[in-house]
Design a protein around this ligand. Structure first.
Ligand code: ATP
Length: 463
């Protein structure tokens, strides 16, 4: 492909994706080679490459083909060329987690005091408190987020939100930002991913702009950093983050952090940083339960009604989905989107049968995988004991026996190793788990009650 052709493709893409998206995502790309139908591009960072690949890959391929260069695949690698345009651009890359694969165009960055010269990512306009469904697994995180969003005196700093993939961390952070923008436009609110923080920092180092970088970050009123686990092991960035963090806390500025796990569990994160991160309020988003999943689906269906008026969804379909898709909310949403699109395309009402056909692959992929935590919960409910006793030190038979059963079930139903199971049971040794497994196997053979209980628990867990 000649430079001319790439020029025309870029022009078409600019029209197709809009100026902001174009400047942020397409302009930094450098066309490298075209071989055997594979177009190779260099992107300034992995982050940009991944994002473009997921969100604009098809469009790039299409416009190349339309301009006489048919391609089957687009590939990205990280190249040395970092376009000045990106550095100079006031529009910064959105976080991957802020959008996911079906992310809409980034909304305009919130306008706030001094926002024009601040780094930060655009907010997703769908991620507000109104669209966040609250249930038991996320009620504490939601309440804490609401409190911070009031913008009153800082009562816990930082607010540290953690939880597994797709459980709503980014959604809550954006919701806080949106509310603050509306109610407290006087505050400088900055949201960005830890990867972007690093990117800005490295860029500042390269351009001798560290002073400016420091001043910029230390002048914000509310700083939100998403997916902070990303900076673990990146020494320079950790150090800078630590100083930024301390400077803001000293000034009583609110900091909100998210990660995929608790601060102490983030490997290669310096101890002093981990301890700083947990010095405020640490709340986790638990895996969704059935009720929450159903609530989210119902909420989404209400929203979809505007796009697909008249589309009928039969009783039992949402319950079926809430039951069968228990991985994460993003997958749940994706399934519903596909179902609605399919239903409206074929002009049929959405029945259970259609759902099973249309979502066969999604349903297969999310066949239930039992976790040690679920096992602990179910077993403690069954024996009417406190969940904390599962991991606690008590050795009385009424507690020790169910604990051994939970260890046994964990070995049977999950792929966790003995040491991993031991760690999840309050840091016990793998020999303790091994002993428990053997003991329960023996008891099962001679004690009908235990055998029945185990069978019942297994069925409940695999349901
Ligand atoms: N309680 C909820 N109510 C409504 N939507 C939700 C809820 N929880 C998650 N979602 C939706 O699920 C999707 C994934 O959420 P989000 O991106 O916030 O997850 P995350 O925890 O940041 O995940 P990651 O670890 O991948 O960054 C989003 O579209 C979000 O709107």
């Amino acid at each position: 492909m000649t430079d001319d052709t790439w020029g025309r493709v870029r022009e078409d893409l600019r029209k197709a994706v809009g100026k902001n998206n174009y400047v942020t995502w397409i302009e930094p790309l450098e066309f490298a080679t075209l071989e055997n139908g594979v177009a190779h591009f260099r992107a300034p960072t992995n982050f940009i490459g991944n994002w473009v690949s997921r969100n604009y890959g098809d469009q790039i391929a299409m416009h190349m083909s339309r301009n006489g260069t048919p391609v089957q695949r687009i590939e990205f690698s990280v190249g040395a060329a970092v376009r000045e345009a990106l550095a100079a651009s006031s529009v910064q890359p959105n976080s991957v987690s802020a959008g996911g694969s079906n992310a809409p165009s980034p909304a305009p960055r919130p306008q706030s005091k001094g926002a024009s010269d601040m780094p930060g990512a655009p907010l997703d306009k769908r991620f507000t408190f109104d669209s966040f469904v609250v249930g038991k697994p996320n009620e504490l995180a939601h309440a804490a987020a609401r409190r911070v969003a009031e913008g009153g005196p800082v009562s816990f700093n930082p607010l540290f939100l953690y939880g597994g993939v797709g459980l709503g961390k980014t959604h809550l952070m954006h919701a806080i930002a949106w509310q603050l923008q509306t109610d407290r436009p006087d505050l400088k609110v900055v949201y960005l991913s830890a990867e972007q923080f690093m990117y800005r920092f490295v860029q500042a180092l390269r351009e001798n702009g560290t002073m400016q970088f420091k001043e910029m970050f230390r002048s914000v009123d509310v700083l939100m950093v998403d997916d902070v686990q990303f900076i673990a092991g990146k020494d320079g960035t950790q150090e800078e983050f630590f100083h930024t963090f301390n400077a803001l806390v000293d000034q009583h500025k609110q900091i909100i952090i998210s990660a995929d796990r608790a601060p102490v569990e983030i490997k290669k994160l310096e101890d002093r940083i981990a301890s700083r991160l947990q010095s405020g309020l640490v709340v986790d988003l638990h895996p969704t339960d059935y009720e929450l999943r159903l609530g989210i689906l119902q909420h989404k269906v209400d929203q979809y009604r505007e796009t697909y008026p008249g589309l009928v969804i039969k009783d039992g379909v949402l319950e079926f989905l809430a039951h069968r898709i228990s991985t994460n909310v993003r997958v749940l949403e994706g399934a519903l989107t596909k179902l609605f699109a399919f239903g409206s395309l074929v002009g049929r009402e959405i029945t259970l049968e259609l759902t099973q056909d249309c979502l066969a692959d999604v349903l297969r992929a999310s066949d239930r995988k039992v976790t040690v935590e679920e096992i602990q919960r179910k077993v403690s409910e069954h024996y009417n004991m406190r969940l904390s006793d599962m991991i606690g030190p008590k050795r009385h038979r009424t507690i020790a026996r169910p604990r051994q059963m939970a260890m046994y079930l964990s070995k049977q139903l999950t792929s966790r190793s003995l040491p991993e199971i031991g760690r999840r049971f309050g840091g016990r040794d793998h020999t303790t788990v091994m002993h428990a497994v053997r003991r329960i196997e023996e008891l099962k053979a001679v004690d009908n009650q235990i055998a029945e209980d185990l069978e019942l628990l297994r069925r409940m867990l695999e349901a």
